[in-house]
Design a protein around this ligand. Structure first.
Ligand code: AMP
Length: 282
């Protein structure tokens, strides 16, 4: 396994691999890798000749009052994990390498970035699409793997790839969960013991909504209300629901009333100081 820090070296490697007929799979991450990330890497390993994992905490996707400065990092541990999966290249550019002096370009996907997480994080998705567009140009992948944990992000990236004709296939990977149901996330490390113990209530409430849906309750509002009631009953720590909404899984449009499959229920919760997101296909 090789670690590359420079854009130029990364792109040269990718172009040479392409010329030699080797397919490339990219797994973009912000590091502090967990089983969710490793699952993306395993899927990439099965799919392509070469696996590139990028580790880059992207400053422009964080808002001014968000957790950029304290975002958890463990490069040595991450490199070991990548090595254990058989990753070929770990791309670890600095912020200066990605955003040199004078940088002033952005990639923006419009409508579907305004809802859900985009409503409370106004520049977040533009930061994501800008860096992912750059990573695509630097690593020239045939396949890029993204987790369904960030359901809206996956939809936004798919839109960008179609709209800008990136010549690659996006592959979504189901959410990997802890044994108690909590969706794995680097940010789970922020949770103090009591909040960590309460956090699985989020998945339990989504699962219950799914059960109610299967029993015939197909009104969006009723299901979302059931989720918020269940959370209010089961979480004692300071918490706030940012959104619970049901969206068409294919085109990311909101379903306000009667649900017609396929639909996904999505949630964002602030548990203490930690913002957690999750979703479940109904
Ligand atoms: P991050 O490092 O949080 O930016 O995540 C990098 C990639 O890993 C994204 O495509 C995420 O959707 C994906 N990912 C993060 N957590 C999970 C999880 N629990 N299950 C599946 N994919 C995940």
């Amino acid at each position: 396994m090789k670690q590359i820090n420079s854009n130029c070296e990364m792109q040269t490697f990718a172009r040479e691999s392409q010329r030699n007929g080797k397919s490339i799979a990219l797994v973009p991450t912000m590091g502090f890798l967990h089983e969710g990330h490793l699952e993306l890497m395993r899927r990439a390993r099965e799919k392509a000749d070469l696996v590139v994992v990028s580790i880059f905490v992207n400053p422009i996707q964080f808002g001014p009052n968000e957790d950029l400065d304290c975002y958890p990092r463990d490069l040595a541990g991450d490199l070991n994990k990548c090595d254990s999966i058989g990753v070929d290249i770990v791309f670890t550019p600095t912020p200066e390498e990605i955003y040199p002096d004078g940088f002033q370009t952005a990639v923006a996907v419009n409508k579907i970035t305004q809802v859900l997480c985009g409503a409370s994080r106004p520049n977040h998705f533009q930061g994501v699409t800008t860096v992912v567009g750059k990573l695509f140009n630097l690593t020239l992948p045939d396949f890029a793997f993204f987790g369904e944990k960030d359901f809206q992000q996956l939809a936004v990236i798919r839109r960008m790839v179609i709209d800008l004709n990136f010549p690659l296939e996006i592959i979504g990977v189901p959410i990997v969960r802890e044994s108690d149901g909590l969706a794995m996330s680097s940010r789970n490390a922020y949770l103090p013991a009591q909040q960590r113990a309460e956090a699985p209530a989020i998945y339990k409430a989504l699962s219950n909504a799914c059960k109610l849906y299967n029993q015939g309750i197909n009104k969006s509002e009723k299901l979302c209300k059931a989720v918020s009631n269940q959370l209010n009953k089961n979480i004692e720590s300071d918490f706030e629901i940012e959104y619970i909404e049901i969206y068409d899984s294919n085109n990311l449009t909101r379903i306000k009333n009667k649900i017609s499959s396929p639909a996904t229920i999505l949630i964002a919760v602030h548990l203490g100081k930690t913002r957690l997101i999750d979703n479940l296909q109904l």
